[in-house]
Write a protein that binds this ligand. Structure first.
Ligand code: F6P
Length: 355
């Protein structure tokens, strides 16, 4: 059996733990050969194809390393591949590349977007595909954890902790903008873990008057500083969001924290400062949970291949690895449920969502 593996979409901490687990399980458990494809499906577009055989030797020492030794891209959708002359369908070239590698099965590590693309290719090309969920946004359906989320939360929580002391020293309102795309999981979890005063998430539209009221309430109690954690795609009750187009024309989030901080300063007279945490949430060494979940997913995905059970995604539920239909997982986006336990917890602690 010749088994391929690729990492696709934005990187995150824990991908190397997955790769290592796949190689170890494949080699030691089943005697399968593993081929690592470079830069997601971009590796299959290159001629010669960018792929290398991975051995237990080549994955030695990578468990605690951030990033992905296979590299990745989140701009390489082969069905709409960016070229200077506009998007082009290069899916047939990817299928040719895959055929040339002579693989019996593929393990794709990705978020909802990249797993959906891989599945589309698998259907077209008759690939035997197993998916492993990774995304700091944690917005994939049917799994409680995706690889990378817990590290991103740890980084964001540390940022809240660090901002806390400097906010208190200067009597400032500190606004921390975190990633998460259209889901507020990072903001909510790090906000609760760090003891934020206000958490703004896209699932609960905020009213800036209510945010300012919370800051005033704290002042009345003699607390002259506040911590506001903002998810990058948050929107106000009047629908205000902050997006911008980059040099490649892609619409991106980022910057809403600045608008909110300015508005708080204008309305309350508070001195505000903004931190946009950005890609530090994706880099660095994975926290233990991401190493453990990544390892468990890697082993389970190879087991599925060995059992001939394809078109499935491994998932984490109730302290176990289970597997679910890949099509269902990529079709169900898991945003924060406003009735979620963590939302209830935050409200119980007196944290405002600006609603
Ligand atoms: O999906 C992961 C993520 O980090 C989002 O939270 C963020 O909006 C986006 O990717 C950033 O993408 P890029 O790596 O292209 O800047």
């Amino acid at each position: 059996m010749r088994l391929g593996i690729l990492t696709s979409g934005g990187d995150c901490a824990g991908l190397n733990a997955v790769i290592r687990a796949v190689v170890l399980r494949a080699a030691r458990g089943y005697g399968f050969e593993v081929v690592g494809i470079h830069e997601a499906t971009d590796g299959l577009l290159q001629r010669p194809i960018a792929a290398t055989v991975l051995t237990t030797e080549s994955v030695r020492g990578i468990l605690f390393q951030g990033g992905t030794i296979l590299r990745t891209t989140n701009r390489g959708n082969p069905f709409s591949y960016p070229t200077p002359d506009g998007p082009r369908d290069r899916s047939q070239e990817v299928l040719e590349g895959y055929r040339a590698l002579g693989l019996d099965a593929l393990i794709g590590v990705g978020g909802d977007g990249s797993l959906a693309i891989l599945r589309r290719l698998a259907v077209l090309g008759g690939w035997n595909l197993v998916g492993i969920p990774k995304t700091i946004d944690n917005d994939l359906g049917h799994t409680e954890h995706a690889v990378g989320f817990n590290t991103a939360v740890a980084v964001a929580t540390e940022a809240v902790d660090r901002l806390h002391v400097t906010a208190a020293s200067h009597n400032r309102v500190m606004v921390l903008e975190v990633m998460g795309r259209d889901a507020g999981h990072i903001a909510l979890t790090a906000g609760v873990a760090g003891g934020a005063d206000v958490i703004l998430i896209p699932e609960i539209p905020y009213d800036i008057d209510k945010v300012c009221a919370k800051i005033e309430e704290r002042r009345q109690m003699g607390r002259n500083f506040s911590l506001v954690v903002v998810a990058e795609s948050v929107r106000s009750v009047s629908g205000e969001v902050s997006t911008w187009a980059d040099a490649h024309g892609s619409v991106r989030y980022g910057g809403i924290g600045r608008l909110i901080a300015d508005e708080i300063a204008r309305r309350t007279g508070a001195e505000t400062r903004v931190t946009i945490l950005g890609h530090v949430q994706r880099g660095g060494s994975p926290v233990p949970l991401d190493r453990v979940i990544g390892s468990a997913f890697g082993v389970a995905a190879v087991d599925l291949v060995a059992q001939g059970r394809f078109d499935r995604m491994v998932a984490w539920r109730n302290r176990r690895v289970v597997d679910v239909p890949l099509a269902e997982a990529v079709a169900s986006c898991q945003r924060v449920d406003p009735d979620d336990t963590l939302v209830h917890t935050a409200r119980g602690l007196g944290i405002s969502f600006g609603d």
